[in-house]
Design a protein around this ligand. Structure first.
Ligand SMILES: NC(=O)c1ccc[n+]([C@@H]2O[C@H](COP(=O)([O-])OP(=O)(O)OC[C@H]3O[C@@H](n4cnc5c(N)ncnc54)[C@H](O)[C@@H]3O)[C@@H](O)[C@H]2O)c1
Ligand SMILES: CC(C)C[C@H](N)C(=O)O
Length: 364
């Protein structure tokens, strides 16, 4: 990959490589766009096959956060970090402290939180070195783990999608295929099970599958079989790019609605879903609950206020479906236009983010 060519093409601001030999830290912080405010996005820890794969993931995820934060109406830009390593084996305190010092060095241009492979405990360690971290323990005045709130937002967005596809937003009796039953999806399954949905689950982690089968009377299938099952809704809740050339012809669902970031392997796959009449709830709209919740910390966390905003995901999804129908465009494009319009309206009056001290993280 020609990094500067890629950055220029999608207009990235900054890419930071962080290395600490003592702890084994190898992290990449990607800041996509800070027109709306500091770049807020989580930290993913994952075993990448190559450095190039890690850089690409950081870049794609950071751009997704720009769109997510803009579409959610937050005054925040988009960024993301990936740490190269196995979250089950390679973590240590020094690693997250070293990473915290790198974040501090960015002086507020980037604020982090949880993503795949990182936890509240990791954020607490980062917090030893910097205030620019959210999703830390509630005892510190923070909102805690964002995953259950993300799950609630996905649940609301899934109901809005069901209304569009089936004329009724009830999920009772609907068969929902859930890919990945980790932090977000386990909470999501709780809502779905409570409403009377029938669940089919898969995960590469057998313990996660067993837990979901037991708790929700779910049917388990092997990871690759999830694309072939008879279901009403496919909920991608693991990693990205699972909606692709190989999987779309196999999907039986009328709806794709889940928590994963970057669900479409490329925009072409959003076009194909549109042509096939499959309702796609744009990933960054439906999974914005977590970032909406942690972003509320910047004003001094208020749970009622945050959850009220998360509830608006239902209407945002319906609005995007409406625009898509009106303009006869795929839903991903309708969401992109909504986000881009907001960024452009601010860009003319402000370019790069400068820390102005309006947030309260430093006073916690
Ligand atoms: N945590 C949040 O608040 C949040 C917010 C927005 C978006 N997301 C996105 O939602 C997704 C899930 O996040 P999470 O926090 O629940 O992560 P997690 O690590 O807790 O869960 C992901 C699960 O997916 C499983 N998995 C990985 N590859 C798989 C595969 N090929 N097939 C089946 N299962 C597979 C993992 O074993 C794990 O159990 C990610 O894409 C994340 O970026 C998370
Ligand atoms: C909680 C958020 C800041 C990060 C979350 N992982 C997301 O992708 O939205």
């Amino acid at each position: 990959m020609e990094i500067f060519t890629y950055m220029e093409k999608y207009d990235y601001e900054q890419l930071v490589f962080c290395q600490d030999k003592n702890s084994g830290l190898k992290a990449i912080i990607a800041i996509h766009d800070t027109t709306l405010g500091p770049a807020l996005g989580g930290t993913r820890m994952w075993t990448y096959n190559s450095e190039e794969e890690a850089i690409e993931d950081a870049l794609r995820l950071a751009k997704g956060m720009t769109y997510k934060n803009a579409a959610a109406g937050l005054n925040l830009g988009g960024g993301k970090t990936v740490i190269i390593g196995d979250p089950r084996k390679d973590k240590n305190t020094e690693m997250f402290r070293a990473f915290g010092r790198y974040i501090q060095g960015l002086n507020g241009r980037y604020i982090t939180a949880e993503d795949v492979g990182t936890t509240v405990e990791d954020m607490d360690i980062i917090h030893m070195e910097t205030d620019f971290v959210t999703g830390i323990s509630p005892e510190s005045g923070s909102s805690g783990n964002p995953s259950p709130v993300t799950a609630y937002g996905v649940y609301k967005g899934m109901k809005a999608s069901a209304l569009e596809a089936f004329g009724d937003d009830s999920l009772e009796g609907k068969t929902i295929a859930v890919q990945g039953v980790g932090n977000v999806a386990y909470s999501l399954c709780e809502y779905l099970h409570k409403e009377g949905a029938k669940l089919i689950v898969t995960d590469i982690n057998k313990a996660a599958v067993d837990r979901a089968v037991k708790a929700f009377d779910a049917r388990a299938v092997d990871p690759d079989d999830i694309y072939d099952v008879d279901c009403d809704i496919y909920a991608p809740c693991a990693l990205g790019a699972t909606v692709n050339d190989n999987t779309i012809p196999r999907l039986k669902a009328k709806v794709v609605a889940g928590s994963a970031n970057n669900q479409l392997a490329s925009t072409i796959h959003g076009d194909i879903l549109h042509e096939k009449g499959i309702i796609y709830a744009p990933d960054y709209l439906i999974n914005a609950g977590g970032v909406i919740n942690v972003a509320d910390e910047l004003n001094g966390y208020n749970e009622t206020r945050a959850m009220k905003k998360v509830d608006t995901i239902y209407d945002s999804i319906l609005k995007v479906f409406e625009i898509a129908k009106r303009d006869n465009i795929p839903t991903y494009l309708a969401a992109d236009r909504m986000a881009e319009e907001r960024i452009e309206s601010v860009r003319n009056s402000r370019s790069q983010f400068l820390l102005n001290g309006h947030h309260t993280l430093s006073r916690r």
